[in-house]
Design a protein around this ligand. Structure first.
Ligand SMILES: Cc1ncc(COP(=O)(O)O)c(C=O)c1O
Length: 389
């Protein structure tokens, strides 16, 4: 079955719920047991079911089954946000004295968690160049427990050679983590490229409607899954079944939304390449992008989040440009139906940015491309007026 079909069918069987297409929302804290003996054996359900609401209900499991199927994972769990999926997965695997390798272009809060929280608990992080490829081996120590990639990089969109990084990591017994929020499992098959633990913010394309937060942790095999599950149980995170329902509903249209947004984003990106105000467009699906060859080799498509570097670095002119936009709104996140734009200020320690102009991050939604281009055209007119004034 193709993934588009799985997205529509995965997660429960209508014939087992009176023919109703969508799953019921089971809400629970207390779960009852018929006998003392059953209650005493509740821990046996730890990895396969639930015995208290915090572990989820059948609604949660319909979603996690669908998520595992989409990713080609052994099994998956959900967490209260994309950020909590990252932090809880890392905590599940790391202990005092461990070393962690994290890509320099990682999502900002992941970097902050490593530097501020893991460091306090005696876990040392080394950030690596997104272009490291197999040379990452030089950074691996006997204590390196996890290698953490994200591709393309947050805000700067570098593509990493994940198969080469995973080979080096596995050669030293490290576990390979990958944040697959940008591509989603539709466009990057993390487990086919050596990843052991895939994390995603379902908040973005999976939910797809800018109205929920959720994280996903998907594991390659049962042993890795159990490590994740043990870690989660101890931290007490919780996801409501109502949100599981909403995410499953969002996933039904993921393929069609993502393909549409991918095409629109490429049209906007190509138009930006021809604009005199733009020094560079950061989008790995553009042939001139430095990451294009690797992207073409490993990815099945792109998404609708990309960057552009302007020639100017005037904050005032950029503010005039952005403040007057009517369709591209300013706000954090991406993956919803609406277009967004933000000034980006990535923190980099290994490979500092060399572009001198302002960096903007764009998310293309489901609006008509002509309208989006007209909005940006108005923005450039205001930018030029501010620079001339
Ligand atoms: C690449 C990436 N991973 C994870 C997250 C965290 O997701 P959430 O907002 O659900 O915590 C984000 C959020 O922007 C992100 O961009």
């Amino acid at each position: 079955m193709k993934r588009e079909t799985k997205l529509v069918r995965a997660g429960g069987k209508p014939e087992e719920r009176f023919g109703i297409v969508n799953p019921p929302v089971y809400r629970a804290s207390t779960v009852l047991f018929p006998t003392v003996a059953d209650f005493e054996r509740r821990q046996e359900r730890k990895y396969t079911g639930f015995f208290y609401g915090i572990q989820g209900t059948p609604t949660t499991f319909m979603l996690t089954e669908a998520l595992a199927e989409l990713s080609g994972a052994h099994r998956a769990v959900v967490t209260s946000s994309g950020c909590s999926a990252i932090t809880q997965a890392l905590l599940a695997f790391l202990k005092q004295g461990d070393h962690l390798l994290v890509v320099d272009s990682v999502y900002g809060p992941t970097r902050a968690f490593c530097q501020r929280v893991l460091a306090r608990f005696g876990v040392e992080t080394t950030f690596y160049d997104p272009h490291a490829g197999e040379q990452i081996a030089e950074l691996i120590r006997p204590t390196t427990r996890v290698v953490y990639g994200e591709s393309p990089g947050s805000q700067t969109f570098e593509i990493q050679d994940m198969p080469a990084i995973a080979r080096a990591a596995h050669g030293h017994g490290a576990v390979v983590f990958f944040d697959n929020t940008w591509a989603t499992p539709l466009n990057f098959r993390a487990f086919d490229h050596g990843v052991d633990i895939e994390v995603q913010a379902a908040t973005k394309y999976l939910g797809g409607h800018s109205d929920l937060l959720m994280g996903v942790i998907a594991a390659r095999n049962e042993e890795l899954f159990r490590t994740v599950k043990d870690g989660l149980d101890e931290l007490g995170d919780y996801v409501s079944p109502d949100l599981c329902y909403a995410t499953l509903r969002g996933m039904r249209t993921l393929a069609v939304r993502l393909r549409h947004q991918e095409r629109s984003a490429l049209e906007v990106a190509r138009w930006l390449v021809g604009r005199p105000e733009v020094a560079r467009v950061l989008h790995p699906a553009l042939p001139e992008d430095p990451g294009h060859a690797l992207w073409k080799r490993d990815f099945l498509g792109s998404s609708s989040l990309f960057g552009m570097v302007l020639h100017t670095n005037s904050d005032r002119a950029v503010a005039d440009m952005l403040d007057g936009l009517t369709l591209f709104k300013m706000g954090a996140s991406f993956g919803g139906f609406e277009s967004l734009i933000l000034p980006a200020r990535p923190e980099r320690t290994v490979r500092p940015r060399t572009d001198r102009g302002a960096l903007l991050r764009l998310h293309v939604g489901l609006e008509a491309v002509d309208d989006l281009i007209a909005d940006l055209e108005g923005g450039f007119a205001r930018l030029n007026a501010a620079l001339a004034g």
